[in-house]
Design a protein around this ligand. Sequence first.
Ligand code: FA5
Ligand code: MG
Length: 450
Amino acid sequence: GKNDCIFVEEPPSPPTIQLEGRHYPTDEWTNLPSHISSALSRKLHLQPSHPLSITRRLIESRFPGPTYQYHNNLSPIVSVHQNFDSLGFPIDHPGRSRTDTYYVNKDTVLRTHTSAHQADTFRSGTSDGFLISADVYRRDAIDRSHYPVFHQMEGARMWSRDGCKARGGVAAVIMEDIESMPKHGINVEDPNPPFHEKRNPLQVEHTPEEAQAVGAHLKLCLEHVVAEVFGLARAGAVAAGGAGAEGASEEPLRVRWVEAYFPFTSPSWELEVYWQGNWLELLGCGVVQQSLPKNAGVPDKIGWAFGVGLERVAMLLFGIPDIRLFWSCDKRFLGQFKKGEISRFVPFSKFPPCYKDIAFWLPRSGSSVGGQVSFHENDMMEIVRNVAGDLAEDVKLIDEFTHPKTGRKSLCFRINYRSLERTLRNDEANSLQQMVKRVLVEEFGAEVRE
Ligand code: FA5
Ligand code: MG
């Protein structure tokens, strides 16, 4: 009959997905591939001798209890409200799109940052500060410092205005605390004013003195973390001796603050360090938007928050050159680390790269193939991840142009295939490349240019 379906193009997506033992209904927002959901069970930040766990504990030791409470077991499956709305993300913020975020369904995502837990943790109001370490998930670039699953640590410190009244107010109490802190002895470039009317505004609820004190406390605490990380990394390199020590001590330490924007802090900054010839961003931070404590029922609190990438810190600490290594189950990797110890990572021999270019025409905009109307750079990243997994080291858009007559768009990507564990054969790389081509053609209506 008419409804008998003979040519089924794609298996129907299952009506539910099972994650951490619970069933979630799927819908047109669902975009969660199995190679991502399988990472949920890894919990690398909780494996005692894994470098991410060692890094987490090292940072925790700089933010001691009872002022700071630690949360290391919050589920990565959160509501859109927690991840975005509670933080004041505008409804059209690009971070909300399916090209950037893994959706379980229209109301549920894998958290894209640990800030997803800020509002709930402020509401619980059980301490002046907290640290939340967790796995986070993003559709993102592929290179040596970006991975679709990574780990963040959220930190926050709040003061009660009322509670500080008798001691001269919040700003005075914070300044006193700053003065009692030791010098860290590293040179940090910070050309930025404490706030800037246009670029990095003071909140209307804050006095200039309050914002300045909170910002200064925040920056000083984080500079101490970086100073300690560099000190330990250097000591580890020296202990290891040889080329590692030279390499680490010759690279001059450069650290800088840059102005930033987040919907949930103002003013805001990012901290960057110079690493392997580029500025590497370690963290984002700022003065907490007053709407958060207000909506959490603690309007009297004022303070700061930060979110640091644990892989990025661990790469500096241990000299780990590629973010994919954190996911390795190879004994040659895992066997090098011990709980509580900072050691220098000794790379297994570096295997040769295998570069493959792929150029293709996209279907004319507006035409729809397989329900896909547009092509985002992150779609390419996802295709390559699906096909090659950790055999893809780097994916770069190297050329892009629109044909002046036909209006069709052409893209060219360069993929570097390289295994961390062995030499990849050219025919293996070729067959991965063929599969990438096939997905582009079949799922995105692309026309490969030979
Ligand atoms: C955030 O995620 C904010 N939630 C940080 C924050 C918290 C700001 C609290 C203010 C107050 P951002 O997207 O910049 O910001 O990510 C924070 C850090 O995570 C980055 O600096 C970087 O160290 C790390 N990071 C981001 N994307 C990746 C990735 N794909 N792979 C590895 N690390 C990443
Ligand atoms: Mg950032």
